[in-house]
Design a protein around this ligand. Structure first.
Ligand SMILES: [Cu+2]
Length: 69
């Protein structure tokens, strides 16, 4: 498993965070927790799931995501 922290911008409420979280969790094997207050997603994902796919899932919902360093 790999763990990532994503910074997410464009969320305006807890519902947005849940939308982003659900989008990530819909990927097989991925477990994500998204905090609206922090603007952060904590993601655990199988190694064969590219980080780009995680970012795409979030951005498909209308948010911007980038990997935290
Ligand atoms: Cu919202």
């Amino acid at each position: 498993m790999s763990t990532y922290t994503l910074h997410i911008t464009g969320m305006t409420c807890d519902h947005c965070a849940r939308t982003a979280e659900d989008a990530l969790n819909a990927l097989p094997g991925v477990t994500a927790q998204v905090s609206y207050e922090e603007g952060i997603a904590q993601v655990m994902s199988p190694k064969d799931v590219a980080i780009e796919r995680l970012i795409e899932r979030v951005e498909a919902k209308g948010f911007k995501a980038r990997l935290s360093e």
